[in-house]
Design a protein around this ligand. Structure first.
Ligand SMILES: O=C(O)CCC(=O)C(=O)O
Length: 274
């Protein structure tokens, strides 16, 4: 049940089983299929995959041997149609409205995370320090984040950790580091994080001012799959008054990433053979 009063007090609302496991598996399978295309192309032994851990180990190998292919695949995963559909799903939108957003709008593109230390060159790519999302969003004061579990996530897989009621502290993230508005360590001395263990399909809604951090994925070969959506309220009066700031920048690389590609022949061959 959605309890707006409790949400306003605590800064979060956990909705168990908002999506059924099959719907969630479809989204994760799409992401894995993108990686599998690269693994097959490189002739990794994908036929021998029998478990999640077999798949994960091939992905760790891909990152070691061809990090640029893993990173590029990860970028395309952010554009999955199934991921974007989830962000637009009426079940999410209606809850965001019940929690106080009158005219919900997408704040920024959806993101999918697949966190494991073995898939990251920097800590921020698998474990985020305490931060508030509002600092990067700069949207409406009632903006909301929906954090969707794409797999079961317990403490050892790095359950998200939050500080209940910390949204009421207001904007404490003064500086941006690696695209996140980090919280000064002194402030945290007086607070305790609460880990939120979730099952696939559960959704944690929280105020963009709620202080949170990644838990520690301490598993040997587990990947912590999740996706995160952010919503503004286009009817919120101060957002209107501030002129609807939008801090995200998105532009294409001006270089040809595959040099000399495509030749005229590549293009005419494709259309000739279709
Ligand atoms: O999933 C996580 O561990 C942290 C994600 C997060 O905090 C964010 O995207 O703002």
């Amino acid at each position: 049940m959605i309890d707006k009063e409790k949400y306003r007090k605590t800064g979060f609302q956990l909705v168990r089983g908002l999506f059924n496991p099959e719907e969630i598996e479809d989204v994760k399978n799409d992401a894995q299929e993108i990686f599998l295309n690269q693994l097959r192309y490189l002739q990794y032994p994908t036929d021998e995959i029998q478990s999640e851990s077999d798949f994960n180990n091939l992905l760790f190998r891909l990152f070691e041997e061809h990090p640029e292919r893993l990173v590029a695949s990860g970028k395309h995963i952010q554009h999955l149609i199934s991921l974007h559909r989830l962000a637009l799903d009426e079940r999410i939108v209606s809850i965001v409205k019940k929690l106080g957003i009158q005219f919900p709008n997408i704040c920024t593109r959806p993101v999918m995370f697949f966190n494991a230390q073995k898939l990251a060159k920097k800590q921020v790519y698998w474990k985020m320090d305490p931060h508030q999302d509002w600092r990067s969003m700069q949207g409406s004061i009632n903006s909301i984040v929906a954090w969707v579990a794409l797999t079961d996530i317990n403490i050892s897989l790095g359950a998200l950790e939050i500080i209940p009621e910390s949204h009421k502290l207001g904007l404490q993230a003064k500086a941006m580091v690696d695209s996140f508005g980090l919280i000064p360590a002194e402030l945290l001395e007086n607070y305790k994080f609460t880990p939120i263990e979730v099952s696939k399909g559960d959704v944690l809604f929280f105020s963009s001012f709620l202080i949170h951090q990644s838990g520690n994925n301490s598993t040997e070969d587990g990947i912590r799959w999740s996706c995160h959506f952010r919503y503004n309220d286009m009817n919120e009066s101060e957002f209107i008054e501030r002129g609807y700031p939008h801090p995200y920048v998105y532009y294409p690389n001006p270089e040809l990433i595959t040099p000399e590609y495509p030749s005229q022949k590549d293009v005419s061959n494709y259309f000739a053979n279709e």
